[in-house]
Design a protein around this ligand. Sequence first.
Ligand SMILES: [Zn+2]
Length: 292
Amino acid sequence: MLVLDIGGTKVAAARWVDGRLQDRRQWPMPITPEAWRQTLALMATTYPGVSWVAAAVTGLTDGRVWSAVNQQLISFWDGYALADALTQAWRCPSVLLNDAQAAAWGEFVAGERQPANLLFITLSTGVGGGLVLDGQLRSGSRGLAGHIGHVGSGLAPLDGDTRCGCGRLNCLEALASGTALARQATHLLGRPLDAESVFAGWHAGEAVCSRLLERAAQAVAQALGDAHVLLDLDEVRLGGSVGLAPGMIDAIKQAQQALPARCRVAVSPACLGADAGLIGMGHWASGRPGAP
Ligand SMILES: [Zn+2]
């Protein structure tokens, strides 16, 4: 089986052999349909002899078609029949799953503990999430389950840009994603900053960066509190470049202290790291009917 992880900035691929990744490679995510077709053709040449393709994708999928939740990410793909394109490229069956849902399943199967009710949340270019409830991956009939990046945070972004790319106001993603941190810092400080510089500023004691990260942590703590009162979670695993950046998890735990005790859920760092989507996809797809 070939597993793919198709995200906002990169496409990763690996063969899934005996429960492990082999021959992992990655390419930048193309920004035009034509460049995407070229990358797909290149991947098909790089990995010949594949009998199944399982792709974890950012955004929304019903298993066959890819749609954007945040229209500002890979907009050219909205409504794209990705599974058919993969089947055509490799001439074999294919299946799609949201990347954070795949990572949630990976965290559940491959982590040290297997909490029956687990929320995986990734703070990265965007904010994604996946739910395992009663030991089963909950993807939903429309693939929407776990999209915690698009719950209303109750807080407005500090640059006043309250409209998320999904169309809602004050989404968690509009406050706490790497893109949102960079956007707010650039507006407030009047010079271009990326998420990494916001973290550097925070650790150096810069007031605006500190305020931005504390507010992002507060928004995450609120969203986790909402998810917990709704679902009675056993654990949350936090991943993504922003989620795993030094200090972020502690800031979220600190922000949780402002909530009533029963709204606080245990948060720990994701175990699978950057390949959680690929690994989770491998485990999940292996269990599908007809999988090799
Ligand atoms: Zn949104």
